[in-house]
Design a protein around this ligand. Structure first.
Ligand code: ADP
Ligand code: GLC
Length: 485
């Protein structure tokens, strides 16, 4: 069996540039797929953080005009990743994040910045770099959404195309007037192409024109066929249901390994679970909480956004206080939510601790030291923090949606008797249901023997990439076979 060449196209990749789980997945997939004989390379924009991280870089193509200026395509390596990098200063060399400036506002030329990503991906797909001609192009989220569209309209012999949806709430919609400047034929601007309710729709284009659609959990794959979660795209998805697949993400087990974690004071594993106590003490100290090992500590590591349902948790702080429990929260995002949590910490010192911003080390300390990790998402395509929580023995308390439903086994009566529970699920995603879940968690905490058993179950849950990597490899190979038939 020869290695299957796949080009992964993505706007962020761990450890070079990350705003969320998308980067984690893009960073972990190539190594996960290698044992399945898939040779994956990743195309990524050359933001300053990416350019600075490159260990080797060789120019393999020169563009005279790449959406407003010249550019180069680099074949590069960084942090163990095989990359293609678009070095185009006019598009990517600026301070701030991958999508927004330091003021938090989206870059006004995001349409061009990510059209370039799609166009270059298409070029590579059509043979721009003779040493790596992919048989499949995998486009992640709307930022890469035009890659399958450019390939579709290229008219040439093209590779198979897959779009992977990490979050359907972000659709990449732009002014229709831009269409003629993007290099598509006029007929592309229709309901059968890149047009989406009068706008240009980058994700819509990918969903319409890719050979396969994947999303990051089986439950989310079902949910996005319904209006509530489909967010306007459910009609199109229902038409193409036969090519929609839900493949559950894994966890990057090298980055999240409690036995060898250099970001926590006391590494631990199943045999040394007692060492967790030292992490809990360090966590309580770091957040100025009362240093009591017997107090149940709830943890949160999250973007602060409507998706994540943390307003429901803000409405439930009274329950946490009544139970005599503590809360530590690390979050960045929505300013109003941030202010609510910061205010609660201020009036409840010793009980509620809040850290605003993005901090990898604190995220690890919360996973290693809290007793239960709360994820009350309104929707969650997969979710990665509950996977780290399982591996680190912080019992996940999660809304029963998307990937959260697929990865946590609720400790209901039957699960308890069978000895298989790993956490607490609640539904519907409302304040009363969340409060009940917090109370149920506290009740479980009262039975420390049971709690230890649940912790062991959690820590032995298979959160690896093995299953998913096999599924992706099969999907890629089936697609290639179909196109060669
Ligand atoms: P999403 O991608 O929707 O934000 P995921 O659960 O898939 O949600 O992935 C979130 C990733 O970002 C995880 O790796 C998590 O540890 C990390 N993360 C989220 N918020 C923070 C933060 N404030 N500081 C550090 N890491 C964070
Ligand atoms: C998105 C989703 C999250 C998922 C991640 C990686 O950011 O919000 O649920 O885990 O992508 O697929």
């Amino acid at each position: 069996m020869s290695g299957l060449k796949v080009l992964s196209v993505v706007s962020e990749i761990y450890p070079l540039v990350k705003t969320g789980g998308l980067a984690d997945v893009a960073g972990a997939l190539p190594a996960a797929l290698a044992p399945h004989n898939v040779e994956m390379r990743t195309l990524i924009p050359g933001y300053p953080a990416v350019m600075a991280a490159l260990e080797t870089a060789e120019p393999v193509y020169h563009f005279d005009h790449l959406f407003g200026g010249p550019g180069r395509l680099l074949a590069a390596r960084a942090a163990g990743l095989d990359l293609f990098v678009i070095d185009a200063a006019h598009l990517y060399d600026r301070p701030g994040g991958p999508y927004a400036g330091p003021d938090g506002l989206d870059w006004p030329d995001n349409a061009q910045r990510f059209a370039a990503l799609g166009a270059v991906a298409s070029g590579i797909g059509l043979g721009l770099v003779p040493g790596f001609v992919p048989e499949v192009v995998q486009a992640h989220d709307w930022q890469a959404g035009l890659a399958p569209a450019y390939l579709h309209y290229s008219g040439g012999r093209r590779p198979g195309t897959v779009v992977t949806v990490h979050n359907i709430a972000f659709q990449g919609k732009f002014a229709p007037e831009l269409a003629p400047t993007l290099g598509f034929p006029p007929e592309a601007m229709s309901i059968h192409g890149i047009e989406y309710y009068g706008t240009l729709g980058y994700l819509k284009a990918a969903l319409k024109l890719s050979d396969r659609i994947t999303t990051v959990s089986p439950t989310y794959a079902g949910e996005i066929l319904q209006p509530e979660a489909g967010m306007g795209l459910e009609g199109l998805l229902n038409d193409r249901e036969h090519v929609v697949h839900g493949i559950l993400n894994g966890l990057d087990e090298a980055a999240w390994n409690p036995a060898a974690d250099t970001l926590i004071p006391a590494p631990f594993d199943l045999k040394r679970i007692k060492a967790r106590d030292a992490n809990k003490a360090a966590l309580q100290a770091a957040f100025g909480l009362e240093p009591n090992p017997e107090t149940l500590v709830f943890g949160v590591v999250s973007r602060l956004s409507w998706q994540k349902g943390l307003d429901l948790l803000a409405d439930s702080l009274g329950t946490i206080l009544e139970l005599g429990a503590q809360l530590v929260l690390l979050g960045s995002g929505d300013a109003d939510l941030a202010a609510r949590f910061a205010g609660a910490a201020e009036v409840n010192p010793g009980r509620i601790g809040v850290r605003l911003g993005y901090d990898e080390a604190v995220a690890h300390l919360i996973q290693a030291g809290s007793d239960a990790l709360v994820v009350p998402s309104r929707f969650e395509p997969c979710g990665l923090t509950q996977l780290s929580a399982l591996r680190y023995g912080a019992l996940p308390v999660v809304a029963r949606v998307g990937g959260l439903a697929d990865t946590v086994i609720d400790v209901n009566e039957v699960a308890r008797t069978a000895g298989v529970g790993t956490g607490v699920q609640f539904s519907p995603v409302t304040v009363p249901a969340l409060q009940l879940a917090l109370r149920r968690t506290h009740q479980l905490w009262q039975d420390q023997k049971l709690w230890k058993k649940l912790q062991r179950n959690a820590m032995t849950t298979d959160v690896s990439w093995d299953r998913a990597a096999r599924d992706y490899a099969t999907l890629f190979r089936d697609l290639v076979a179909e196109r060669n038939a």
